[in-house]
Design a binder for this molecule. Structure first.
Ligand code: GLN
Length: 197
Protein backbone atom coordinates (compact mmCIF):
# COMPACT_ATOMS: atom_id res chain seq x y z
CA UNK A 1 0.00 0.00 0.00
CA UNK A 2 1.50 3.33 -1.02
CA UNK A 3 2.29 5.87 1.69
CA UNK A 4 0.17 8.74 0.40
CA UNK A 5 1.70 11.27 2.77
CA UNK A 6 5.15 10.79 1.24
CA UNK A 7 6.25 12.76 -1.81
CA UNK A 8 5.90 10.76 -5.02
CA UNK A 9 8.97 9.01 -6.37
CA UNK A 10 9.48 9.63 -10.06
CA UNK A 11 11.87 7.49 -12.05
CA UNK A 12 13.69 8.93 -15.03
CA UNK A 13 14.82 6.41 -17.60
CA UNK A 14 18.55 7.13 -17.72
CA UNK A 15 19.86 4.75 -20.35
CA UNK A 16 20.90 7.71 -22.50
CA UNK A 17 19.61 11.14 -23.46
CA UNK A 18 18.61 14.21 -21.46
CA UNK A 19 17.60 13.05 -17.99
CA UNK A 20 19.26 15.64 -15.65
CA UNK A 21 17.02 18.57 -16.55
CA UNK A 22 13.90 16.45 -15.85
CA UNK A 23 15.29 15.48 -12.44
CA UNK A 24 16.03 19.11 -11.52
CA UNK A 25 12.56 20.30 -12.55
CA UNK A 26 10.73 17.49 -10.72
CA UNK A 27 12.80 18.03 -7.57
CA UNK A 28 11.99 21.76 -7.65
CA UNK A 29 8.31 20.74 -7.69
CA UNK A 30 8.77 18.59 -4.58
CA UNK A 31 9.15 15.09 -6.07
CA UNK A 32 11.79 12.54 -5.18
CA UNK A 33 13.61 11.33 -8.30
CA UNK A 34 15.59 8.21 -9.11
CA UNK A 35 17.54 7.41 -12.25
CA UNK A 36 16.23 4.14 -13.67
CA UNK A 37 18.88 1.95 -15.30
CA UNK A 38 17.57 -1.54 -14.46
CA UNK A 39 14.13 -3.11 -14.97
CA UNK A 40 13.87 -4.05 -11.26
CA UNK A 41 13.78 -0.35 -10.35
CA UNK A 42 10.38 0.05 -12.03
CA UNK A 43 8.78 -1.63 -9.01
CA UNK A 44 10.02 1.16 -6.71
CA UNK A 45 8.56 4.24 -8.48
CA UNK A 46 5.16 5.93 -8.71
CA UNK A 47 5.68 7.34 -12.22
CA UNK A 48 8.28 7.36 -14.98
CA UNK A 49 9.73 9.95 -17.36
CA UNK A 50 11.08 8.68 -20.68
CA UNK A 51 13.29 11.56 -21.83
CA UNK A 52 14.43 12.73 -25.23
CA UNK A 53 17.49 11.33 -26.93
CA UNK A 54 17.66 8.88 -29.80
CA UNK A 55 14.85 6.33 -29.81
CA UNK A 56 16.91 3.75 -31.74
CA UNK A 57 19.64 3.91 -29.06
CA UNK A 58 17.02 3.52 -26.30
CA UNK A 59 15.71 0.43 -28.08
CA UNK A 60 19.19 -1.07 -28.23
CA UNK A 61 19.68 -0.61 -24.47
CA UNK A 62 16.18 -1.94 -23.74
CA UNK A 63 16.85 -5.20 -25.58
CA UNK A 64 18.83 -6.54 -22.62
CA UNK A 65 17.57 -8.30 -19.47
CA UNK A 66 13.85 -8.17 -20.26
CA UNK A 67 13.84 -4.38 -19.94
CA UNK A 68 11.57 -3.77 -22.95
CA UNK A 69 8.89 -6.18 -21.65
CA UNK A 70 9.10 -4.75 -18.11
CA UNK A 71 8.70 -1.24 -19.50
CA UNK A 72 5.73 -2.32 -21.64
CA UNK A 73 4.02 -3.76 -18.53
CA UNK A 74 4.77 -0.61 -16.50
CA UNK A 75 3.57 1.89 -19.11
CA UNK A 76 0.30 0.01 -19.64
CA UNK A 77 -0.84 0.88 -16.12
CA UNK A 78 1.45 3.38 -14.37
CA UNK A 79 1.78 7.14 -15.04
CA UNK A 80 4.42 7.76 -17.70
CA UNK A 81 5.56 11.01 -19.30
CA UNK A 82 7.42 10.78 -22.62
CA UNK A 83 9.25 13.68 -24.26
CA UNK A 84 10.42 13.58 -27.87
CA UNK A 85 12.19 10.20 -28.29
CA UNK A 86 10.13 9.09 -25.25
CA UNK A 87 6.92 9.74 -27.21
CA UNK A 88 8.29 7.68 -30.11
CA UNK A 89 8.85 4.78 -27.69
CA UNK A 90 5.30 5.05 -26.27
CA UNK A 91 3.52 5.34 -29.64
CA UNK A 92 1.35 2.63 -31.14
CA UNK A 93 2.75 3.23 -34.64
CA UNK A 94 6.13 4.72 -35.62
CA UNK A 95 6.92 5.89 -39.16
CA UNK A 96 9.92 7.22 -41.04
CA UNK A 97 11.20 4.58 -40.64
CA UNK A 98 8.86 2.10 -38.93
CA UNK A 99 10.37 0.78 -35.70
CA UNK A 100 9.53 -1.25 -32.63
CA UNK A 101 7.67 0.58 -29.84
CA UNK A 102 5.77 -0.02 -26.60
CA UNK A 103 2.42 0.54 -28.38
CA UNK A 104 0.59 2.03 -25.37
CA UNK A 105 -0.17 5.57 -26.59
CA UNK A 106 -2.79 5.54 -29.35
CA UNK A 107 -0.94 7.75 -31.85
CA UNK A 108 0.95 7.49 -35.10
CA UNK A 109 4.24 9.41 -34.99
CA UNK A 110 6.69 10.31 -37.73
CA UNK A 111 10.34 10.64 -36.67
CA UNK A 112 12.45 13.68 -37.56
CA UNK A 113 9.42 15.17 -39.27
CA UNK A 114 10.49 18.80 -39.37
CA UNK A 115 13.65 18.38 -41.42
CA UNK A 116 17.18 17.27 -40.86
CA UNK A 117 19.52 17.44 -37.85
CA UNK A 118 19.56 21.24 -37.75
CA UNK A 119 15.81 21.66 -37.50
CA UNK A 120 15.66 22.56 -33.84
CA UNK A 121 13.81 25.64 -32.69
CA UNK A 122 12.00 27.39 -29.89
CA UNK A 123 8.37 28.39 -30.48
CA UNK A 124 5.58 29.68 -28.33
CA UNK A 125 2.08 28.22 -28.65
CA UNK A 126 -1.34 28.31 -27.09
CA UNK A 127 -2.17 25.52 -24.69
CA UNK A 128 -5.28 24.41 -22.86
CA UNK A 129 -3.20 24.39 -19.65
CA UNK A 130 -4.10 27.40 -17.49
CA UNK A 131 -1.54 30.22 -17.51
CA UNK A 132 -1.32 31.32 -21.14
CA UNK A 133 0.98 30.35 -24.04
CA UNK A 134 3.80 27.89 -23.47
CA UNK A 135 7.41 27.86 -24.73
CA UNK A 136 8.29 24.77 -26.75
CA UNK A 137 11.88 23.70 -27.40
CA UNK A 138 12.05 21.33 -30.38
CA UNK A 139 15.12 19.19 -31.09
CA UNK A 140 14.86 16.98 -34.19
CA UNK A 141 11.26 16.58 -33.20
CA UNK A 142 8.81 13.93 -34.34
CA UNK A 143 5.29 14.80 -35.51
CA UNK A 144 2.07 13.14 -34.34
CA UNK A 145 0.13 12.45 -37.53
CA UNK A 146 -2.87 10.50 -36.22
CA UNK A 147 -4.45 9.66 -32.90
CA UNK A 148 -7.27 7.61 -31.40
CA UNK A 149 -10.38 9.01 -29.71
CA UNK A 150 -8.98 8.55 -26.18
CA UNK A 151 -6.17 11.04 -26.76
CA UNK A 152 -6.65 14.64 -25.62
CA UNK A 153 -4.67 17.45 -27.29
CA UNK A 154 -3.28 20.07 -24.87
CA UNK A 155 -1.18 22.02 -27.41
CA UNK A 156 -0.23 21.86 -31.08
CA UNK A 157 2.25 23.15 -33.67
CA UNK A 158 0.58 24.29 -36.88
CA UNK A 159 -2.27 21.85 -36.33
CA UNK A 160 -0.14 18.82 -35.32
CA UNK A 161 -0.56 17.83 -31.65
CA UNK A 162 2.60 18.44 -29.58
CA UNK A 163 1.32 17.89 -26.04
CA UNK A 164 -1.19 15.07 -25.51
CA UNK A 165 -2.69 13.06 -22.71
CA UNK A 166 -4.28 9.62 -22.73
CA UNK A 167 -5.39 8.69 -19.21
CA UNK A 168 -2.22 7.94 -17.23
CA UNK A 169 0.07 8.81 -20.17
CA UNK A 170 1.40 12.30 -20.98
CA UNK A 171 3.50 13.03 -24.06
CA UNK A 172 5.31 16.12 -25.41
CA UNK A 173 7.10 16.14 -28.74
CA UNK A 174 9.07 19.15 -27.42
CA UNK A 175 11.32 19.45 -24.34
CA UNK A 176 9.52 21.17 -21.43
CA UNK A 177 12.48 20.29 -19.17
CA UNK A 178 14.60 22.79 -21.13
CA UNK A 179 12.27 25.73 -20.43
CA UNK A 180 11.71 27.38 -17.06
CA UNK A 181 7.92 26.89 -17.18
CA UNK A 182 7.06 23.98 -14.84
CA UNK A 183 3.42 23.48 -15.90
CA UNK A 184 3.87 20.29 -17.93
CA UNK A 185 5.89 18.58 -15.18
CA UNK A 186 3.36 19.80 -12.60
CA UNK A 187 0.58 18.24 -14.68
CA UNK A 188 2.49 14.96 -14.69
CA UNK A 189 2.94 15.08 -10.91
CA UNK A 190 -0.81 15.71 -10.60
CA UNK A 191 -1.44 12.58 -12.72
CA UNK A 192 0.90 10.59 -10.47
CA UNK A 193 -0.79 11.90 -7.32
CA UNK A 194 -4.29 11.07 -8.58
CA UNK A 195 -3.12 7.57 -9.61
CA UNK A 196 -1.90 6.90 -6.03
CA UNK A 197 -5.28 7.68 -4.43
N1 GLN B 1 15.06 12.35 -33.51
C1 GLN B 1 15.03 11.56 -32.31
C2 GLN B 1 14.46 10.16 -32.60
O1 GLN B 1 13.98 9.93 -33.66
C3 GLN B 1 14.24 12.25 -31.22
C4 GLN B 1 14.87 13.58 -30.87
C5 GLN B 1 14.77 13.98 -29.44
O2 GLN B 1 14.42 13.18 -28.57
N2 GLN B 1 15.15 15.19 -29.15
O3 GLN B 1 14.49 9.30 -31.78
Amino acid sequence: MADLSAQPTIGILALQGAFDAHARMLQALGAKTVLVRKPEQLATIDGLVIPGGESTTFLKHLERAGFFEALADFTRVKPTFGTCAGVILLAKTVLSPAQKSLKVLDITIERNAYGRQNDSRILEAETTLPGGPIEMVYIRAPRITAMGPGVEVLADREGSPTLVRQGHLLAATFHPELSTDPRVHQLFLDLVTSARI
